[in-house]
Design a protein around this ligand. Sequence first.
Ligand SMILES: [Fe+2]
Length: 281
Amino acid sequence: MGRIVFAGAMSHVLDPDYYEHACGEAGRRSTEACMAEIARMGERLSAARAEALVVVADDHLNAFSFNCVPALCVRTGRTVQRMVQDHAEAFDRVLDHMPATYPLHEPLANAILEQGPEAGFDLALSWEAPVDHAFLSPVNTLHGSRPIPPLVPIWVNCFVAPQPTARRCFAFGQFLARVIAASPWRVGIIATGGLSHFPELALARVGETDTVFDRRLVHWMERGEHEPLLELGADELHKTGSHEFLNWMVLLGAITPARAVVRYFGELPRINLAAVEWTLA
Ligand SMILES: [Fe+2]
């Protein structure tokens, strides 16, 4: 009988140089403090002896393109490559020193894909898409020099309307939990991104955040009150710069009604950085 042995969520631009450039010395300090907490979370993840690590993140229109925008996509195969881009954003250049190839947990990815249609999830799948900072910055910060378990990368379409709903993402997470429970594996799950910020995809609002909204999200997660989060609409997530919270909704579905413990929450002019861990039964 499988089970989820670790659950965490965190911001995914983890680059002190980038935020020092964007926000000054406070940007560096905040990013380093957040990364230190993520590293401590990683020690607990490693101690939990996860045999697979599901990573729920979003595409930044670099793994996929307007040629096809999958709502929910599971990466399968034996290995996945670190993304290499000719004109990488600064925060993707931090990938340069990271390992180029990562093992995948192909049997778990295939179980998710194969059980999806009966459960109402006709999932996109990829054997080729590479992974960017949204996957690799958290994964490498969590593990440091320790071995990284085989990954199951999952992309959620957070930015291209019409996105999947918060309710749909939550239901997908519940489905993931059922697949894991029926499997023989100990599985960790992380969701990445956020909190409130506007990436270059919304250029007019770069530099804004909505801290009041983020604190509401955190409050509900701490109390394990997930009902109000199901009501989040695309407009609200767009207005508040919390597009990437859809990734977190998948994780919440997988572990509900577990309560969140906030390991780090830091406001910057550019983004609210966060690292959150769930207390699992
Ligand atoms: Fe992002």
